[in-house]
Design a protein around this ligand. Structure first.
Ligand SMILES: Cc1cc2nc3c(=O)[nH]c(=O)nc-3n(C[C@H](O)[C@H](O)[C@H](O)COP(=O)(O)O)c2cc1C
Length: 269
C-alpha cells in the first residue's frame, strides 16, 4: 500500500480539482509539447473528446493536424504556424473533422504557457464548436446579397433599352449597389438608354440626388443615355441644391411609358 505525505496529498487533491474543472469547462483543451518532435499532444480534456469523438488514447503523442481535412483553409494554417513560431497567442476559425468524418467549425485559440517547474514552454489549445454561428452568419450574408441584388433589378425592355425601377428607401449602401449593378450591366449589354424610374421611391433625400448625378456621369462615360421617369415636381425642386438636372441635359418624364415613346421617336429619327 502506498503512503503519501500530507503535502503530497494536498498536491494530488489540487490536481484532481483542476482536472475535474478543466474537464467541465464546456470546451476542448489540449496541451502540446513544442520541445518534442512534431509538437505532440500530451494532454486532452473531456471536452476535447466530446467535441471531436477521439479518445485521449487516440490522440496522445500525435500532432493536432489530424483534425484537418481537404477543405481546411490553408491561410488559417499559415496563421497557426506563424503564431507557434513566434509563440504569440492567436485565435482562428477553421474547418475541422471529427473521428466519424463529420465536419465542424472550430474556433481555436492557442496560448503559450511557461511551466516553471519544467523550465519550458507548452502550447495550450482551446477548441470551441462554433458551427451554428458560422452557418447563421453565412446564411445572413447570402440573404443580404440576395436582397441587395433584388433591390436593384435591371429589366431589359427592348433592344438597347433597360429600366431600373428604384423602390422604397435609398441609402448610401444601396446607391453604391445601384452604381455597381448599372456599370456591370451596361458594360455587358452596351445599352443605348437606361431609364431610372423613381415613381416607387418613398422619399427623396440628398443621397438620391447625388446618386443620380454620379450615375449620369458614369453612364456618360460609357456612352449610355440616362433618362429619368416618375419625376415629380417635389423631386425636381429638391434636386436643385445638389445637381441641376437641366444643366446636365438629363431628360426626365412623368412615366416610363412616356420615356419609352420618346426613345422610340429618337431611334426612328
Ligand atoms: C495546442 C495546439 C492545439 C491545436 N489544435 C488544433 C485543432 O484543434 N485543429 C487544428 O486543425 N489544428 C490544431 N493545431 C495546429 C496543428 O497542430 C499544426 O500546428 C498546424 O496544422 C500547422 O502546422 P503543420 O503545417 O505542421 O501542420 C493545434 C496546435 C497546437 C500547438
Amino acid at each position: 500500500m502506498d503512503y503519501y505525505s500530507l503535502d503530497e496529498l494536498e498536491v494530488m487533491q489540487q490536481n484532481d480539482f483542476i482536472r475535474a474543472a478543466v474537464d467541465r469547462v464546456g470546451v476542448g483543451v489540449v496541451i502540446a509539447d513544442p520541445e518534442q518532435e512534431d509538437t505532440p499532444v500530451v494532454y486532452v480534456n473531456k471536452g476535447f473528446e466530446e467535441l471531436t469523438g477521439y479518445e485521449a488514447k487516440d490522440v496522445l503523442g500525435r500532432n493536432c493536424r489530424f483534425l484537418q481535412g481537404e477543405d481546411t483553409e490553408s491561410e488559417n494554417l499559415d496563421k497557426i504556424r506563424d503564431a507557434l513560431k513566434s509563440k504569440e497567442n492567436m485565435k482562428v476559425e477553421l474547418r475541422n473533422y471529427r473521428k466519424d468524418g463529420s465536419e465542424f467549425w472550430n474556433e481555436l485559440q492557442i496560448y503559450t504557457v511557461f511551466i516553471e517547474k519544467l523550465n519550458q514552454d507548452f502550447f495550450v489549445g482551446v477548441q470551441q464548436d462554433v458551427t451554428k454561428r458560422v452557418e447563421a452568419e453565412r446564411l445572413v450574408g447570402h440573404y443580404s446579397t440576395e436582397v441587395k441584388r433584388l433591390s436593384t433589378p435591371i429589366v431589359p425592355v427592348e433592344d438597347g433599352v433597360s429600366i431600373l425601377p428604384l423602390i422604397g428607401n435609398v441609402d448610401d449602401e444601396r446607391l453604391q449597389q445601384m452604381l455597381d449593378a448599372v456599370s456591370n450591366h451596361v458594360q455587358e449589354e452596351k445599352e443605348d438608354y437606361l431609364i431610372l424610374d423613381l415613381s416607387g421611391v418613398s422619399f427623396f433625400n440628398e443621397e438620391i440626388h447625388i446618386g443620380i448625378y454620379q450615375l449620369n456621369q458614369l453612364l456618360n462615360l460609357m456612352g449610355t443615355t440616362l433618362i429619368l421617369s416618375g419625376v415629380t415636381p417635389k423631386f425636381a425642386m429638391g434636386s436643385t441644391p445638389y445637381a441641376n438636372f437641366s444643366e446636365l441635359s438629363l431628360r426626365s418624364y412623368t412615366s416610363v411609358r412616356q420615356a419609352l415613346e420618346r426613345i422610340r421617336n429618337d431611334i426612328q429619327i
